[in-house]
Design a protein around this ligand. Structure first.
Ligand SMILES: [Zn+2]
Length: 443
């Protein structure tokens, strides 16, 4: 069977984890995946969790070989807004050498490339050079709520030397990319309450506090004039950028012009003293993700609003710890809040940042595999996003993760018309074989 036919079958399942309507499709997709792994020559099992099933497959475990855990996910983001898709999201098509479908890049195409790489090695040689554990979950897009407890409960099974994940980006077509750092995250919501209901701004205005005004003053205190976060102690554990990183990043194919073209913003802003890549990859942020209060409809409505809310997220960098920062952030916000309104802080999800040394033994093995696959020097990047599972692998299993992404900058992951370049799908199959060989060669 042509690998692309396999990919099409995989992509036809609307395995949307965010929407319980699709529960049976998610389950069918897990069954398909299990069968596909078994057909590849692996021993597989589908594990029930309180949420969606986790599929695990392995080859025969032999002493004296390295063990590699490859992680991926078979769930996908909702396809909305539907009207912006040029073809139906779960009916894959090929256009300009790209497969267009929800999940094509994130993450079905990338994880299937690994499975097919394993299958081709098994067919050719009857065995793999390493012990392999393939772990594919169905809840990555909703924050992997059951993965950590699953790893902890099955601790004995997870003895591995290193994790490999293909769920990050490449800096451009054909440029092998090694991601050695990710940011962490801390999210919360602020709720302010003033009067018991919206008040007439003529009868009462001036005598009671306006929660909207106070909320704006509070969020305006988050940064100082140079774009730094003003929360005391926020930068205590921030690792400074090393010179080799700053040097390497200036050579990457990103310019301020291209960054502005991608974002549509009038100019680069943010923390002074750092380039835009440094700001995104190695510096923490405080963002207002949403803010709301008062009347939003057409025409005037003269009130003092009763409530105001803001959703905040902080992107964190190594070695910041969200559990240590959470009370500091809350204390700071409360201190900015006058007693003329009531403040409530609702904590949301959080996760640690991640950083590995690119020149570790396994890091070097992965880089050799990348060079062999793409025939070009490796680009070393960090990414601004968060994959908290990488730190869980470190904390629970004590092992590093190699992030070998195959997503191109224009892959439209999470957006309409998501696509995966066929060249990257085939490269991913080759990369898997070379990666396992190089890891085996580390002795
Ligand atoms: Zn995703």
């Amino acid at each position: 069977m042509d690998p692309v036919d396999d990919l099409f079958e995989f992509l036809r399942f609307p395995s949307i984890s965010a929407d319980s309507q699709f529960k049976s499709s998610v389950d069918d997709c897990a069954d398909w995946l299990l069968a596909r792994m078994q057909r590849a020559g692996l021993q597989g099992q589908k594990y029930a969790t309180p949420g969606n099933p986790i599929v695990v497959a392995r080859n025969e475990r032999r002493l004296g070989r390295k063990t590699v855990l490859i992680y991926g996910h078979y769930d996908v983001q909702p396809p909305d807004p539907m009207e912006l898709w040029e073809s139906p999201p779960f009916e894959p098509v090929i256009k300009a050498d790209k497969v267009i479908a929800r999940g094509s890049t994130d993450n079905k195409g990338q994880i299937l490339a690994h499975i097919l790489g394993v299958e081709s090695a098994l067919k050719e040689r009857g065995d793999l050079p390493v012990n392999l554990i393939l772990l594919v979950e169905g809840e990555e897009e909703i924050g992997s709520p059951n993965l950590e407890s699953f790893l902890k409960e099955h601790n004995v099974d997870w003895n591995a030397d290193v994790v490999a994940i293909s769920d990050t980006g490449m800096v451009g077509p054909g440029i092998p990319t090694f991601t050695y750092g990710l940011r962490g995250i801390l999210c919360l919501e602020i709720r302010l309450r003033g009067p018991v209901a919206d008040l007439h701004s003529g009868i009462f205005g001036g005598s009671v506090a306006n929660p909207a005004t106070i909320l704006c003053r509070i969020v305006a205190q988050l940064h100082d004039g140079s774009g730094r976060i003003a929360i005391p102690g926020f930068y205590d554990r921030v690792l400074p950028l090393e010179q080799w990183e700053r040097d390497l990043w200036t050579k990457l194919p990103f310019t301020e012009k291209s960054w502005l073209a991608t974002t549509g913003s009038p100019r680069i802003s943010g923390e002074k003293g750092y380039t835009f890549l440094e700001q995104v990859w190695a510096r923490p942020t405080a963002e207002v993700n949403g803010i709301g209060s008062g009347y939003q409809g057409e025409g005037p409505k003269t009130i003092v609003p009763a409530r105001a809310t803001a959703k905040l997220s902080f992107r964190l960098v190594p070695d910041q710890d969200p559990s240590e920062l959470k009370p500091r952030v809350e204390e700071f916000l409360k201190r900015q809040c006058p007693d003329s309104v009531e403040m409530k802080i609702i904590p949301q999800h959080s996760g640690k940042a991640y950083l590995v040394k690119p020149d570790s033994t396994f890091g070097k093995a992965a880089q050799k595999a990348l060079v062999d696959t793409f025939g070009k020097p490796v680009a070393f990047i960090r990414e601004g996003g968060s994959v908290p599972i990488t730190q869980s692998f470190k904390d629970i299993l004590g092992i590093d993760t190699l992030l070998l992404g195959l997503a191109l900058p224009d892959c439209k992951a999470h957006s309409p018309n998501e696509n995966f370049a066929l060249a990257n799908f085939h490269a991913g199959i080759r990369l898997n074989r070379k990666l396992l060989e190089q890891i085996a060669a580390t002795g």
